[in-house]
Write a protein that binds this ligand. Sequence first.
Ligand code: GLY
Length: 474
Amino acid sequence: MQVLTGKEIRQKFIKFFEEKGHTHVASSSLVPYNDPTLLFSNAGMNQFKDVFLGLEKRNYTRATTSQKCVRAGGKHNDLDTVGRTARHHTFFEMLGNFSFGDYFKHESLAWSWEFLTSPEWVGLEPELLYPSVYEHDDEAYDIWINEIGVPKERVVKLGKSDNFWEHGSGPCGPCSEIYYDRGVEKGCGKPDCAPGCDCDRFMEVWNNVFSQFNNDGEGNYTDLVQKNIDTGMGLERLACVSQCVDSLFDVDTVMNITNKVSEITGATYGKSHKMDVSLRVITDHIRSATFMIGDGILPSNEGRGYVLRRLLRRDARHGKLLGVNEPFLYKVCDMVIHENKGAYPDLADKQDYITRVIKVEEENFAKTIDTGLRILNELVDSHKSKGETMFSGEDAFKLYDTYGFPLDLTQDILEEQGMTVDEAAFTKLMEEQKERARAARGDMSNAWQGLDLGLDNTPTAFTGYDHEEDGGTI
Ligand code: GLY
């Protein structure tokens, strides 16, 4: 096996598929275009949904991409697991090859095997690779064994939860994954530990999706007009295997960011589990935040902006745990940009802007975090002295509303104290507040209607073709 950097893996993957007749297409934005079913781009196929559906034609039928992805918030919420396991990130890069009604299972499976095992490309040990197939997909099973030559005992059949790929509505289908066995010492030790197990031994490095159905969002499946291939290979996962490191956080491009966090905070990676979790959370979340802001998302109290705010505030709190009492994330984001500007040059163009947004958000939260944490700790003590393990929803709401503590931040802190929040009460107060805000907005618009602004309603003329500057009246 070769030791490959993240950058080398990306380059090799794209080159391999270009040689197989694929067009290299740029990553799409993290904000999905025209797709209300998704909060963030979370797979390489997002930008090709209409091509899979046959609604859009491109001048190529094979594509390859390196796609920036975020899985956080909404249904695909990886926030809680980040930092605690070897294989969860909120931000990751997904390398993919796609066929739009062109090649199908035979080529896709053969090429994934060739790329992973050939010494010219990645050179993983074939005997450590375990393909899985959807339990009813006899065709894929047969290809692995009789065409590619993988011994029968290493091809596993799994059910729909593992081997049927779909995220929201749209193109989907059975899939065939490839797992790498990282050794028994990485495993859970259970007698039935095998590919598909939730522990860190068998790491999924590749997913071949045979995209042949459309899910209407209600769980009704119809055949697509054409059969497609949609693959996903996690760049950081393959780097983790190739570099023989413990976790996704230890791969070169990610570790350089953690090192920067260590340099600023003085915390040493690998010294204690608690410190490592904080370093990993900060590293992961600042990667997501940097890319999100680069794609035009701003911290706010709703939707994508709220996920961004939650990431940055969780980071700020983990900074506190490491003893940092001033804004620091904006300095780490420079390192994120440095590590990624080769593949995503627009990050460098927006460096000043991204840094400023992060700094302002950090400064705003810094004004309330200390008071919020003090109150939270006092309330925890008071609950504990009464033997209570449920934190009141009213208090969690006050922490949110007055001190800017997103619920999951409060929950994170409480979890460490063995407590939970009365979420139903919190949600009720949140809904009531939203209702009040909606009503207030309604009143404001009525008030505007009653004002005579003396406007002449002349439409604004666009003069930008002839003038670089022009006057106007507001
Ligand atoms: N769309 C394939 C994957 O994300 O695994």
